[in-house]
Design a protein around this ligand. Structure first.
Ligand SMILES: [Zn+2]
Length: 408
């Protein structure tokens, strides 16, 4: 079994009670674990597993209500981002990579400088971030996948959106959104045509046609839905909008009876899919369907999201640790998103159960220690982000995948 049996009773009505003191204690415990570790490898700098991810967590802490309890958060964020910048990659392709590359490091650094009111530093970082946009304009710029969210254009777009949200649409950023979207669309058409696939747009990463949030089409489609392509009236869709919507609908069709989604296109049609992660499977798809629901107002997208919620309630307490990529906190985010979409207290209750499980004896004793136990995507730094969002659920959003705010 990849997951622990869910030991909690389901929601029985009333207002969901959040034990704020307990959550604060857990945040404090995780933050201290991070601060006490001084053994960072020089190369571990990416948002996904490295020091820039820790800087992101401290930045989020600084921007949250909990900042009163952790007054030095912004200073810590600065120390971690300086480490990341010191060991930054010199490879050209890494300039465009977001979660696993330099673009993510410069994006986070820019907002740390912005929060410190160091606008010269902000502009320098923004310039370094924008250097990646030139690389993004090549249809293929790395050998694994130039469109997905970890190193591809979807990740770069998520960075643009995030900078815009945090620095009030700074100059020079918006101009490139449509250009990058157009290249991503061309890349998807081209790949689908060459391989005679039924999805109008399709992509490949590491030689596979992934569907989930990491590596797959679902985060690529999500970033396209966030763009100005879907601004204004959508009564009459143009051909590009139709292609993107058709892909969303075809992906939705692959949802299995239990609410999950296949990892790769070849697994579509199977009765069951084993992975219930943000990276692969239903939990990462909720951002695409949540966004599609907000744009097209079609209940079928919300229904798909609710089914994902039922799946996660049953099979989401993962043994792989506390992280947001393939761990308990990443799956807990499903409930926070559903809470914001529906305002139903049931989801807040469930989100609180997933946070509580992080201190449950079963989890503490038997969960596996991830490869990078303190990191943003695999470790406790991601869990801290989740706990902070549970304290302020009305503005909760998975890192770099907010579906509610305007991005340009
Ligand atoms: Zn994962």
């Amino acid at each position: 079994m990849r997951y622990f049996e869910n030991p909690y009773d389901d929601y029985k009505g009333g207002e969901a009670a959040i034990d704020k003191d307990k959550i604060f204690q857990l945040i404090e415990k995780y933050v201290n674990q991070i601060l006490h570790n001084k053994n960072y490898k020089d190369g571990d700098v990416w948002l996904y597993i490295g020091t820039s991810g820790l800087a992101y967590m401290f930045l989020k802490l600084h921007q949250s209500e909990a900042s009163k309890v952790f007054p030095d958060s912004l200073q810590h964020a600065r120390v971690y981002i300086e480490h990341a910048k010191k060991y930054i990659s010199r490879k050209e392709q890494d300039k465009a990579s977001f979660l696993c590359g330099n673009a993510g490091i410069y994006a986070v650094s820019s907002i740390i400088n912005y929060e410190m009111k160091n606008f010269c530093g902000f502009n320098d970082d923004k310039k370094q971030f924008l250097a990646g946009s030139q690389i993004c304009k090549r249809i293929v710029y790395n050998s694994y996948g130039s469109d997905e969210i970890l190193f591809g254009r979807a990740g770069y777009l998520s960075g643009i959106y995030w900078i815009n949200q945090n620095a009030q649409n700074p100059e020079g950023i918006n101009d490139i959104i449509t250009e990058i979207c157009n290249i991503m669309i061309e890349s998807g058409y081209d790949y689908s045509n060459r391989n005679e696939l039924s999805f109008p747009l399709m992509y490949e990463c590491y030689g596979d046609r992934y569907l989930g949030a990491a590596h797959g089409i679902c985060a690529i489609l999500h970033m396209l839905l966030e763009s100005p392509l879907f601004d204004g009236s959508l009564e009459q869709l143009d051909n590009t909008q139709k292609s993107i919507k058709t892909c969303v609908d075809m992906y939705l069709e692959t949802q299995s009876q239990d609410g999950n989604f296949p990892c790769v296109i070849e697994d579509a049609g199977k009765d069951e899919h084993t992975l219930v992660h943000w990276c692969h499977g239903g939990p990462g798809s909720i951002y695409l369907f949540g966004k599609a629901y907000l744009i097209f107002k079609d209940e079928k997208y919300l229904d798909a999201a609710i089914k994902i919620g039922e799946l996660v309630w049953e099979k989401g307490l993962l043994k792989k640790g506390p992280g947001i990529c393939h761990g308990v906190a990443g799956n807990g985010y499903v409930f926070l998103i559903l809470y914001r979409l529906t305002n139903d207290q049931k989801y807040l209750y469930r989100a609180n159960c997933f946070a509580d499980f992080l201190t449950n004896e079963i989890f503490v004793k038997h969960a596996r220690n991830p490869d990078h136990p303190l990191s943003l995507y695999e470790g406790v730094a991601g869990a801290v982000c989740y706990l902070l969002d549970l304290l302020e659920p009305q503005k909760a959003s998975f890192p770099f995948m907010d579906i509610f705010e305007r991005k340009y």
